[in-house]
Design a protein around this ligand. Structure first.
Ligand SMILES: [Zn+2]
Length: 493
Protein backbone atom coordinates (compact mmCIF):
# COMPACT_ATOMS: atom_id res chain seq x y z
CA UNK A 1 0.00 0.00 0.00
CA UNK A 2 1.13 3.53 -0.72
CA UNK A 3 3.05 5.32 1.96
CA UNK A 4 3.11 9.05 2.29
CA UNK A 5 6.13 10.85 3.56
CA UNK A 6 5.43 13.35 6.28
CA UNK A 7 7.25 16.62 5.96
CA UNK A 8 6.14 18.60 8.92
CA UNK A 9 7.03 20.63 11.93
CA UNK A 10 5.35 18.08 14.17
CA UNK A 11 7.92 15.66 15.57
CA UNK A 12 7.50 11.88 15.17
CA UNK A 13 7.14 11.68 18.99
CA UNK A 14 4.16 14.04 18.93
CA UNK A 15 2.60 12.23 15.99
CA UNK A 16 2.96 9.03 17.98
CA UNK A 17 1.27 10.61 21.03
CA UNK A 18 -1.97 11.23 19.12
CA UNK A 19 -4.30 8.98 17.18
CA UNK A 20 -6.12 10.35 14.11
CA UNK A 21 -9.78 9.43 13.67
CA UNK A 22 -11.08 9.69 10.11
CA UNK A 23 -14.44 9.12 8.45
CA UNK A 24 -15.17 9.74 4.77
CA UNK A 25 -18.26 10.97 2.95
CA UNK A 26 -18.17 9.99 -0.68
CA UNK A 27 -20.51 11.24 -3.38
CA UNK A 28 -20.71 8.92 -6.36
CA UNK A 29 -22.60 9.89 -9.50
CA UNK A 30 -24.87 7.01 -10.47
CA UNK A 31 -24.55 5.70 -14.01
CA UNK A 32 -27.98 6.52 -15.39
CA UNK A 33 -28.70 8.03 -18.78
CA UNK A 34 -31.19 10.52 -17.37
CA UNK A 35 -31.47 12.62 -14.22
CA UNK A 36 -33.04 11.41 -11.00
CA UNK A 37 -36.33 13.37 -11.19
CA UNK A 38 -36.70 14.28 -14.90
CA UNK A 39 -35.81 12.98 -18.37
CA UNK A 40 -32.85 15.31 -19.03
CA UNK A 41 -29.55 13.75 -20.09
CA UNK A 42 -26.75 13.32 -17.54
CA UNK A 43 -24.04 13.46 -20.23
CA UNK A 44 -20.87 15.23 -19.14
CA UNK A 45 -19.31 18.01 -21.22
CA UNK A 46 -22.37 19.26 -23.12
CA UNK A 47 -22.83 23.02 -23.74
CA UNK A 48 -23.80 24.80 -20.50
CA UNK A 49 -27.54 24.82 -19.73
CA UNK A 50 -28.40 22.56 -22.67
CA UNK A 51 -29.63 19.61 -20.55
CA UNK A 52 -32.27 21.36 -18.47
CA UNK A 53 -36.06 21.41 -18.18
CA UNK A 54 -38.67 23.05 -15.92
CA UNK A 55 -38.34 20.20 -13.38
CA UNK A 56 -34.57 20.35 -12.82
CA UNK A 57 -34.66 24.16 -13.01
CA UNK A 58 -37.21 24.04 -10.17
CA UNK A 59 -39.85 26.16 -11.92
CA UNK A 60 -43.11 26.56 -9.97
CA UNK A 61 -45.83 24.03 -10.75
CA UNK A 62 -43.52 21.21 -11.84
CA UNK A 63 -43.38 17.83 -10.14
CA UNK A 64 -40.42 15.44 -9.82
CA UNK A 65 -40.78 11.81 -10.95
CA UNK A 66 -38.33 9.32 -9.45
CA UNK A 67 -36.01 7.50 -11.89
CA UNK A 68 -36.31 3.78 -11.09
CA UNK A 69 -32.86 3.10 -12.52
CA UNK A 70 -31.28 5.52 -10.02
CA UNK A 71 -32.86 3.62 -7.12
CA UNK A 72 -31.64 0.35 -8.61
CA UNK A 73 -28.09 1.69 -8.84
CA UNK A 74 -28.31 2.77 -5.19
CA UNK A 75 -29.56 -0.71 -4.27
CA UNK A 76 -26.66 -2.34 -6.14
CA UNK A 77 -24.15 -0.18 -4.29
CA UNK A 78 -25.88 -0.78 -0.95
CA UNK A 79 -25.83 -4.56 -1.39
CA UNK A 80 -22.22 -4.59 -2.59
CA UNK A 81 -21.26 -2.60 0.53
CA UNK A 82 -22.97 -5.20 2.77
CA UNK A 83 -25.70 -2.75 3.82
CA UNK A 84 -29.31 -3.49 4.67
CA UNK A 85 -31.39 -2.04 1.85
CA UNK A 86 -34.61 -0.86 3.46
CA UNK A 87 -38.05 -1.68 2.22
CA UNK A 88 -39.14 1.85 3.06
CA UNK A 89 -37.09 4.97 2.57
CA UNK A 90 -38.08 8.55 1.94
CA UNK A 91 -36.85 11.72 0.26
CA UNK A 92 -36.53 14.93 2.22
CA UNK A 93 -35.90 18.57 1.36
CA UNK A 94 -32.60 20.03 2.46
CA UNK A 95 -33.12 23.77 2.35
CA UNK A 96 -30.32 26.18 1.63
CA UNK A 97 -29.58 29.03 -0.69
CA UNK A 98 -26.83 28.89 -3.27
CA UNK A 99 -26.66 30.32 -6.82
CA UNK A 100 -26.21 26.88 -8.37
CA UNK A 101 -29.34 25.52 -6.63
CA UNK A 102 -32.32 27.04 -8.47
CA UNK A 103 -35.03 25.36 -6.35
CA UNK A 104 -33.59 26.71 -3.10
CA UNK A 105 -33.50 23.15 -1.75
CA UNK A 106 -31.91 19.85 -2.60
CA UNK A 107 -33.96 16.66 -2.67
CA UNK A 108 -32.01 14.20 -0.54
CA UNK A 109 -32.74 11.48 1.98
CA UNK A 110 -32.50 12.21 5.68
CA UNK A 111 -34.11 10.17 8.46
CA UNK A 112 -34.96 7.21 6.24
CA UNK A 113 -32.04 6.53 3.89
CA UNK A 114 -32.10 3.78 1.27
CA UNK A 115 -29.47 1.62 2.97
CA UNK A 116 -27.63 1.46 6.32
CA UNK A 117 -25.27 -0.64 8.43
CA UNK A 118 -22.75 -2.04 5.95
CA UNK A 119 -18.98 -2.46 5.81
CA UNK A 120 -16.10 -3.03 3.48
CA UNK A 121 -12.78 -4.73 4.11
CA UNK A 122 -9.57 -2.92 3.33
CA UNK A 123 -6.08 -4.37 3.05
CA UNK A 124 -3.44 -2.32 4.78
CA UNK A 125 0.05 -3.24 6.05
CA UNK A 126 -0.70 -6.89 5.29
CA UNK A 127 -3.78 -6.86 7.52
CA UNK A 128 -7.47 -6.87 6.67
CA UNK A 129 -9.58 -4.27 8.44
CA UNK A 130 -13.32 -3.75 8.44
CA UNK A 131 -14.54 -0.20 7.88
CA UNK A 132 -18.17 0.38 8.74
CA UNK A 133 -20.57 2.04 6.31
CA UNK A 134 -23.08 4.11 8.28
CA UNK A 135 -25.47 4.83 5.44
CA UNK A 136 -26.02 5.20 1.73
CA UNK A 137 -28.64 7.65 0.58
CA UNK A 138 -29.84 8.98 -2.75
CA UNK A 139 -29.89 12.65 -3.63
CA UNK A 140 -29.77 15.04 -6.55
CA UNK A 141 -26.70 17.03 -7.48
CA UNK A 142 -26.62 20.84 -7.68
CA UNK A 143 -25.42 22.87 -10.68
CA UNK A 144 -21.98 24.34 -11.12
CA UNK A 145 -20.73 27.89 -10.64
CA UNK A 146 -18.21 28.82 -13.32
CA UNK A 147 -15.75 31.48 -12.26
CA UNK A 148 -13.43 31.56 -15.28
CA UNK A 149 -13.37 31.35 -19.03
CA UNK A 150 -16.25 33.68 -19.99
CA UNK A 151 -16.18 37.24 -21.41
CA UNK A 152 -17.27 38.88 -18.15
CA UNK A 153 -15.70 36.40 -15.78
CA UNK A 154 -13.78 39.18 -14.04
CA UNK A 155 -17.07 40.79 -12.98
CA UNK A 156 -19.54 37.91 -12.86
CA UNK A 157 -19.95 34.28 -11.98
CA UNK A 158 -21.72 32.12 -14.55
CA UNK A 159 -23.93 29.17 -13.67
CA UNK A 160 -24.33 25.87 -15.53
CA UNK A 161 -27.48 23.94 -14.49
CA UNK A 162 -26.71 20.81 -16.54
CA UNK A 163 -25.65 18.96 -13.40
CA UNK A 164 -28.82 19.92 -11.45
CA UNK A 165 -30.71 16.72 -10.72
CA UNK A 166 -27.92 14.30 -11.61
CA UNK A 167 -28.38 11.25 -9.35
CA UNK A 168 -25.86 10.74 -6.56
CA UNK A 169 -25.32 8.17 -3.86
CA UNK A 170 -23.81 9.64 -0.72
CA UNK A 171 -21.86 6.94 1.11
CA UNK A 172 -20.95 7.79 4.70
CA UNK A 173 -18.39 5.69 6.54
CA UNK A 174 -18.03 5.17 10.27
CA UNK A 175 -15.06 7.04 11.82
CA UNK A 176 -13.06 3.81 11.63
CA UNK A 177 -9.89 4.92 9.87
CA UNK A 178 -6.78 5.71 11.88
CA UNK A 179 -4.34 7.06 9.28
CA UNK A 180 -4.28 8.76 5.87
CA UNK A 181 -3.04 5.44 4.44
CA UNK A 182 -6.15 3.67 5.70
CA UNK A 183 -8.37 6.40 4.25
CA UNK A 184 -6.57 5.98 0.94
CA UNK A 185 -7.08 2.21 1.06
CA UNK A 186 -10.77 2.71 1.90
CA UNK A 187 -11.37 5.07 -1.03
CA UNK A 188 -9.46 2.75 -3.38
CA UNK A 189 -11.50 -0.28 -2.29
CA UNK A 190 -14.80 1.62 -2.41
CA UNK A 191 -14.03 2.90 -5.90
CA UNK A 192 -13.14 -0.61 -7.05
CA UNK A 193 -16.49 -1.95 -5.80
CA UNK A 194 -18.46 0.86 -7.45
CA UNK A 195 -16.64 0.22 -10.74
CA UNK A 196 -17.12 -3.57 -10.60
CA UNK A 197 -20.83 -3.20 -9.95
CA UNK A 198 -21.24 -0.60 -12.72
CA UNK A 199 -22.83 1.82 -10.27
CA UNK A 200 -20.57 4.75 -11.17
CA UNK A 201 -17.74 5.47 -13.57
CA UNK A 202 -15.92 7.06 -10.58
CA UNK A 203 -14.22 9.61 -12.80
CA UNK A 204 -12.72 12.03 -10.30
CA UNK A 205 -11.71 14.55 -12.97
CA UNK A 206 -15.30 14.84 -14.17
CA UNK A 207 -16.54 14.98 -10.58
CA UNK A 208 -18.38 11.66 -10.60
CA UNK A 209 -16.54 10.65 -7.43
CA UNK A 210 -16.08 13.30 -4.74
CA UNK A 211 -14.77 12.93 -1.25
CA UNK A 212 -15.05 14.91 1.99
CA UNK A 213 -13.38 13.84 5.22
CA UNK A 214 -14.16 14.22 8.90
CA UNK A 215 -10.94 14.38 10.87
CA UNK A 216 -10.09 14.60 14.55
CA UNK A 217 -7.24 13.51 16.81
CA UNK A 218 -7.19 12.18 20.36
CA UNK A 219 -4.51 11.08 22.76
CA UNK A 220 -3.63 7.48 22.02
CA UNK A 221 -5.70 5.23 24.27
CA UNK A 222 -8.38 7.89 24.95
CA UNK A 223 -11.96 6.68 24.61
CA UNK A 224 -13.54 9.97 23.55
CA UNK A 225 -13.17 11.41 20.07
CA UNK A 226 -11.65 14.85 19.66
CA UNK A 227 -13.50 17.75 18.01
CA UNK A 228 -13.86 16.99 14.35
CA UNK A 229 -13.34 19.17 11.34
CA UNK A 230 -14.81 18.53 7.91
CA UNK A 231 -12.39 18.90 5.00
CA UNK A 232 -13.95 19.39 1.58
CA UNK A 233 -12.65 19.38 -1.97
CA UNK A 234 -10.53 16.23 -1.79
CA UNK A 235 -10.95 15.50 -5.44
CA UNK A 236 -8.01 13.22 -6.06
CA UNK A 237 -6.43 10.37 -4.17
CA UNK A 238 -3.28 12.40 -3.77
CA UNK A 239 -5.09 15.42 -2.32
CA UNK A 240 -6.95 13.18 0.11
CA UNK A 241 -3.77 11.84 1.69
CA UNK A 242 -2.02 15.21 1.73
CA UNK A 243 -5.00 17.08 3.15
CA UNK A 244 -5.53 14.51 5.90
CA UNK A 245 -1.87 14.60 6.88
CA UNK A 246 -1.93 18.40 6.95
CA UNK A 247 -5.10 18.50 9.02
CA UNK A 248 -3.88 15.90 11.54
CA UNK A 249 -0.69 17.88 12.12
CA UNK A 250 -2.64 21.14 12.38
CA UNK A 251 -4.84 19.62 15.10
CA UNK A 252 -1.83 18.34 17.04
CA UNK A 253 -0.12 21.73 16.72
CA UNK A 254 -3.17 23.60 18.03
CA UNK A 255 -3.73 21.21 20.94
CA UNK A 256 -0.05 21.08 21.92
CA UNK A 257 0.15 24.87 22.04
CA UNK A 258 -2.78 24.96 24.45
CA UNK A 259 -5.46 25.86 21.89
CA UNK A 260 -8.74 24.20 21.05
CA UNK A 261 -10.01 22.82 17.76
CA UNK A 262 -13.32 24.33 16.68
CA UNK A 263 -15.88 22.38 14.74
CA UNK A 264 -15.78 23.86 11.25
CA UNK A 265 -15.66 23.12 7.56
CA UNK A 266 -12.36 23.65 5.77
CA UNK A 267 -11.35 23.52 2.12
CA UNK A 268 -8.22 21.85 0.81
CA UNK A 269 -6.15 24.46 -0.99
CA UNK A 270 -3.96 22.48 -3.35
CA UNK A 271 -1.93 25.46 -4.57
CA UNK A 272 -0.87 26.36 -1.04
CA UNK A 273 -0.84 22.74 0.27
CA UNK A 274 -3.01 23.62 3.26
CA UNK A 275 -6.61 23.67 4.43
CA UNK A 276 -8.42 27.02 4.71
CA UNK A 277 -11.41 27.85 6.86
CA UNK A 278 -14.58 27.79 4.74
CA UNK A 279 -17.33 28.25 7.33
CA UNK A 280 -18.26 27.23 10.81
CA UNK A 281 -19.81 23.79 10.74
CA UNK A 282 -23.47 23.81 9.81
CA UNK A 283 -25.80 21.60 11.84
CA UNK A 284 -28.61 19.44 10.50
CA UNK A 285 -31.24 21.85 11.90
CA UNK A 286 -29.77 24.66 9.79
CA UNK A 287 -31.20 22.91 6.75
CA UNK A 288 -34.80 22.71 8.03
CA UNK A 289 -35.20 19.19 6.65
CA UNK A 290 -38.77 18.00 6.07
CA UNK A 291 -40.23 15.09 4.07
CA UNK A 292 -40.45 15.88 0.34
CA UNK A 293 -44.22 16.37 -0.25
CA UNK A 294 -43.99 15.95 -4.03
CA UNK A 295 -42.67 12.38 -3.94
CA UNK A 296 -44.11 9.14 -2.59
CA UNK A 297 -41.94 7.18 -0.15
CA UNK A 298 -39.62 4.73 -1.89
CA UNK A 299 -40.77 1.12 -1.65
CA UNK A 300 -38.32 -1.69 -2.37
CA UNK A 301 -40.19 -5.00 -2.45
CA UNK A 302 -38.58 -8.40 -1.79
CA UNK A 303 -38.84 -9.45 -5.42
CA UNK A 304 -37.12 -6.33 -6.70
CA UNK A 305 -34.37 -6.60 -4.10
CA UNK A 306 -33.80 -10.28 -4.95
CA UNK A 307 -33.62 -9.44 -8.64
CA UNK A 308 -31.00 -6.74 -8.06
CA UNK A 309 -29.03 -9.01 -5.71
CA UNK A 310 -28.91 -11.79 -8.29
CA UNK A 311 -27.64 -9.39 -10.94
CA UNK A 312 -24.60 -8.38 -8.88
CA UNK A 313 -21.27 -9.52 -10.31
CA UNK A 314 -18.63 -11.34 -8.30
CA UNK A 315 -16.91 -8.67 -6.17
CA UNK A 316 -13.13 -8.14 -6.18
CA UNK A 317 -12.54 -9.69 -2.73
CA UNK A 318 -14.35 -12.91 -3.69
CA UNK A 319 -12.55 -12.99 -7.02
CA UNK A 320 -9.15 -12.74 -5.31
CA UNK A 321 -9.90 -15.69 -3.06
CA UNK A 322 -11.14 -17.77 -6.00
CA UNK A 323 -8.15 -16.92 -8.20
CA UNK A 324 -5.72 -18.02 -5.50
CA UNK A 325 -7.46 -21.32 -4.81
CA UNK A 326 -8.39 -22.19 -8.40
CA UNK A 327 -5.25 -21.16 -10.26
CA UNK A 328 -2.51 -21.33 -7.63
CA UNK A 329 -1.38 -17.73 -8.06
CA UNK A 330 -0.16 -15.75 -5.04
CA UNK A 331 -2.34 -13.35 -3.04
CA UNK A 332 -0.22 -10.51 -4.36
CA UNK A 333 -0.77 -11.58 -7.98
CA UNK A 334 -4.49 -11.88 -7.31
CA UNK A 335 -4.58 -8.35 -5.94
CA UNK A 336 -2.85 -6.93 -9.01
CA UNK A 337 -5.00 -8.94 -11.42
CA UNK A 338 -8.30 -7.91 -9.81
CA UNK A 339 -7.43 -4.21 -9.73
CA UNK A 340 -10.01 -3.76 -12.46
CA UNK A 341 -12.74 -6.06 -13.69
CA UNK A 342 -11.31 -5.87 -17.22
CA UNK A 343 -7.89 -7.11 -16.08
CA UNK A 344 -9.49 -9.93 -14.07
CA UNK A 345 -11.63 -10.93 -17.05
CA UNK A 346 -8.54 -11.05 -19.27
CA UNK A 347 -6.70 -13.31 -16.83
CA UNK A 348 -9.67 -15.58 -16.46
CA UNK A 349 -10.17 -15.86 -20.23
CA UNK A 350 -6.47 -16.72 -20.71
CA UNK A 351 -6.69 -19.49 -18.11
CA UNK A 352 -9.89 -20.76 -19.67
CA UNK A 353 -8.10 -20.90 -23.03
CA UNK A 354 -5.52 -23.22 -21.49
CA UNK A 355 -2.83 -20.92 -20.08
CA UNK A 356 -1.31 -22.15 -16.81
CA UNK A 357 -2.42 -19.72 -14.05
CA UNK A 358 1.01 -18.83 -12.70
CA UNK A 359 2.50 -18.28 -16.14
CA UNK A 360 -0.48 -16.16 -17.23
CA UNK A 361 -0.17 -14.07 -14.05
CA UNK A 362 3.58 -13.56 -14.59
CA UNK A 363 3.40 -12.73 -18.27
CA UNK A 364 0.46 -10.37 -17.78
CA UNK A 365 2.20 -8.46 -15.00
CA UNK A 366 5.48 -8.16 -16.85
CA UNK A 367 5.24 -8.32 -20.65
CA UNK A 368 1.59 -7.35 -21.14
CA UNK A 369 1.07 -4.57 -18.58
CA UNK A 370 4.42 -3.00 -19.40
CA UNK A 371 3.66 -2.85 -23.11
CA UNK A 372 0.10 -1.62 -22.55
CA UNK A 373 1.47 1.06 -20.26
CA UNK A 374 4.17 2.11 -22.73
CA UNK A 375 1.70 2.34 -25.60
CA UNK A 376 -1.01 4.05 -23.54
CA UNK A 377 -3.52 1.29 -24.31
CA UNK A 378 -6.24 -0.08 -22.05
CA UNK A 379 -6.38 -3.83 -21.47
CA UNK A 380 -9.62 -3.98 -23.47
CA UNK A 381 -7.68 -2.68 -26.50
CA UNK A 382 -4.79 -5.13 -26.09
CA UNK A 383 -3.50 -6.36 -29.48
CA UNK A 384 -2.77 -9.69 -27.79
CA UNK A 385 -6.02 -11.44 -26.85
CA UNK A 386 -6.33 -13.80 -23.87
CA UNK A 387 -6.52 -16.78 -26.26
CA UNK A 388 -3.42 -15.60 -28.13
CA UNK A 389 -1.50 -15.26 -24.85
CA UNK A 390 -2.66 -18.74 -23.84
CA UNK A 391 -1.37 -20.19 -27.13
CA UNK A 392 2.03 -18.58 -26.60
CA UNK A 393 2.28 -19.82 -23.01
CA UNK A 394 1.42 -23.36 -24.08
CA UNK A 395 4.32 -23.22 -26.57
CA UNK A 396 6.69 -22.04 -23.83
CA UNK A 397 5.47 -24.46 -21.16
CA UNK A 398 5.55 -27.36 -23.62
CA UNK A 399 9.19 -26.65 -24.45
CA UNK A 400 8.37 -25.83 -28.08
CA UNK A 401 10.11 -22.48 -27.66
CA UNK A 402 12.31 -21.13 -24.89
CA UNK A 403 11.12 -18.40 -22.54
CA UNK A 404 13.62 -15.98 -24.08
CA UNK A 405 12.27 -16.67 -27.57
CA UNK A 406 8.75 -16.43 -26.13
CA UNK A 407 9.41 -12.85 -25.05
CA UNK A 408 10.53 -11.94 -28.57
CA UNK A 409 7.46 -13.64 -30.01
CA UNK A 410 5.25 -11.75 -27.55
CA UNK A 411 6.76 -8.44 -28.67
CA UNK A 412 5.90 -9.26 -32.31
CA UNK A 413 2.42 -10.40 -31.31
CA UNK A 414 1.86 -7.10 -29.52
CA UNK A 415 3.08 -5.08 -32.51
CA UNK A 416 1.32 -7.02 -35.24
CA UNK A 417 -1.58 -8.84 -33.61
CA UNK A 418 -0.38 -12.09 -35.25
CA UNK A 419 -0.65 -15.48 -33.56
CA UNK A 420 2.31 -17.02 -31.72
CA UNK A 421 2.55 -20.21 -33.77
CA UNK A 422 2.43 -18.21 -37.00
CA UNK A 423 5.35 -16.03 -35.86
CA UNK A 424 7.35 -19.00 -34.62
CA UNK A 425 6.95 -20.82 -37.95
CA UNK A 426 7.52 -17.78 -40.15
CA UNK A 427 10.66 -16.72 -38.32
CA UNK A 428 12.00 -20.20 -37.66
CA UNK A 429 12.04 -19.60 -33.90
CA UNK A 430 10.82 -22.97 -32.77
CA UNK A 431 12.92 -25.16 -30.58
CA UNK A 432 13.39 -27.21 -33.72
CA UNK A 433 16.71 -28.46 -32.47
CA UNK A 434 15.92 -32.15 -32.10
CA UNK A 435 17.36 -34.39 -29.43
CA UNK A 436 19.99 -35.85 -31.77
CA UNK A 437 21.30 -32.41 -32.66
CA UNK A 438 21.42 -31.47 -28.97
CA UNK A 439 23.32 -34.65 -28.16
CA UNK A 440 25.74 -33.95 -31.01
CA UNK A 441 26.37 -30.43 -29.71
CA UNK A 442 26.78 -31.71 -26.15
CA UNK A 443 29.33 -34.32 -27.20
CA UNK A 444 31.37 -31.65 -28.98
CA UNK A 445 31.30 -29.32 -25.97
CA UNK A 446 32.39 -32.15 -23.66
CA UNK A 447 35.18 -33.19 -26.02
CA UNK A 448 36.58 -29.66 -26.17
CA UNK A 449 36.62 -29.18 -22.41
CA UNK A 450 38.40 -32.12 -20.77
CA UNK A 451 39.52 -29.92 -17.82
CA UNK A 452 35.96 -29.08 -16.89
CA UNK A 453 34.90 -32.69 -17.32
CA UNK A 454 37.57 -33.65 -14.81
CA UNK A 455 36.37 -30.96 -12.40
CA UNK A 456 32.80 -32.21 -12.70
CA UNK A 457 33.85 -35.79 -12.10
CA UNK A 458 35.77 -34.61 -9.03
CA UNK A 459 32.49 -33.34 -7.62
CA UNK A 460 32.37 -29.73 -8.80
CA UNK A 461 28.64 -29.49 -9.53
CA UNK A 462 28.95 -25.78 -10.44
CA UNK A 463 30.68 -26.71 -13.70
CA UNK A 464 27.48 -28.36 -14.89
CA UNK A 465 25.98 -24.96 -15.69
CA UNK A 466 28.96 -24.20 -17.90
CA UNK A 467 28.19 -27.22 -20.09
CA UNK A 468 24.49 -26.38 -20.36
CA UNK A 469 25.35 -22.78 -21.26
CA UNK A 470 27.76 -23.88 -23.97
CA UNK A 471 25.23 -26.28 -25.49
CA UNK A 472 22.52 -23.58 -25.46
CA UNK A 473 24.98 -21.27 -27.18
CA UNK A 474 25.86 -23.89 -29.79
CA UNK A 475 22.15 -24.42 -30.53
CA UNK A 476 21.53 -20.62 -30.73
CA UNK A 477 19.25 -20.61 -27.69
CA UNK A 478 16.61 -22.59 -29.54
CA UNK A 479 16.98 -25.89 -27.74
CA UNK A 480 14.65 -26.86 -24.94
CA UNK A 481 16.73 -26.16 -21.79
CA UNK A 482 15.25 -29.12 -19.93
CA UNK A 483 16.27 -31.52 -22.69
CA UNK A 484 19.75 -29.98 -22.74
CA UNK A 485 20.00 -30.50 -19.00
CA UNK A 486 19.00 -34.16 -19.24
CA UNK A 487 21.34 -34.96 -22.12
CA UNK A 488 24.36 -33.21 -20.60
CA UNK A 489 23.84 -34.99 -17.29
CA UNK A 490 23.51 -38.36 -19.03
CA UNK A 491 26.71 -37.85 -21.08
CA UNK A 492 28.72 -36.66 -18.09
CA UNK A 493 27.77 -39.50 -15.79
ZN1 LIG B 1 -34.61 18.24 -16.38
Amino acid sequence: MTKFATESAVTPELLEKYEPVIGLEVHAQLLTRTKIFCGCSTRFGDAPNSNVCPVCLGLPGTLPVLNRRAVEMGMRAGLALNCTVHEHSRFARKNYFYPDLPKGYQISQYELPLATGGFIEIEHDGRTKKIGITRLHLEEDAGKSLHDGFPLSDQKTYVDFNRCGTPLAEIVSEPDMRSPDEAYAYLTTLRQILLYTGVSDCNMEEGSLRCDANVSVRLRGAAEFGTRVEVKNLNSFRYLAKALQFEIERHIGVIESGGRITQETRLWNQAASRTDLMRSKEKAHDYRYFPEPDLLPVHVGHAWLAEVRSSLPELPSAKRIRFVSATGITAYDAEVLTATKELADFFEAAVKAGAPGKAAANWMQTELLRRLNDSGKEITASPVTPAALAELLKLVEGGKITAAVGKKVFATMFETGRAASEIVTAEGLGAQVNDDAIEQAAREVIEKNPDNVAKFKAGNEGVFKFFVGQVMKATKGQANPQVVNDIVRRLLS
